[in-house]
Design a protein around this ligand. Sequence first.
Ligand code: 5GP
Length: 178
Amino acid sequence: MDYTIETLIPREAVEKRIKELASEIEKDYKGREVIVLGLLKGSVIFMSDLIKEIDIPLVIDFMSVSSYGNGTDSTGVVKILKDTDFELKGKEILIIEDIIDTGLTLKYVREFIESKGTKSVAICTLLDKPSRRKVDIKGDYVGFEIPDEFVVGYGLDYAQKYRNLPYIGVVEFHEDEE
Ligand code: 5GP
């Protein structure tokens, strides 16, 4: 099927919002030792922009998870493909996610991380689709609430492409024309 990508949130607006989130995080975590934990691969572009704006000596780590789903819907059954490099026991963790949709993936990941005996766990997400939520999970730092649309860019992919778009776009599908 043919598709186009329409801008939903322009680059300047994303960059401005990331700076606001960074200054909130900086204020909240001043004097604390935080591990900023990105979920691969979607969070990478957002996380890289975000942490450059946070002026505290933080540590970064990554996890990779895959949710077993039927195409676009996740099921809440999550496989850990890559665990953290660092020991999380007693640490303050800030999870960085690209988008919270049903919330199933993040709920699993959060409980997995908490089970390691962390001191605190908070969530920072660039995007949030609250209308799709199936479980009770909230971002502590949320860039933008968006409607139920399939978005790409700033780390988010469509068939592994478009992660490098410097804005958030909506994929709009069109009937093929003869
Ligand atoms: P959840 O478990 O919250 O339903 O799924 C979250 C994951 O689904 C995100 O990390 C992301 O990989 C994927 N996802 C959810 N909505 C979108 C979307 O609109 N666009 C893209 N590219 N991925 C999405």
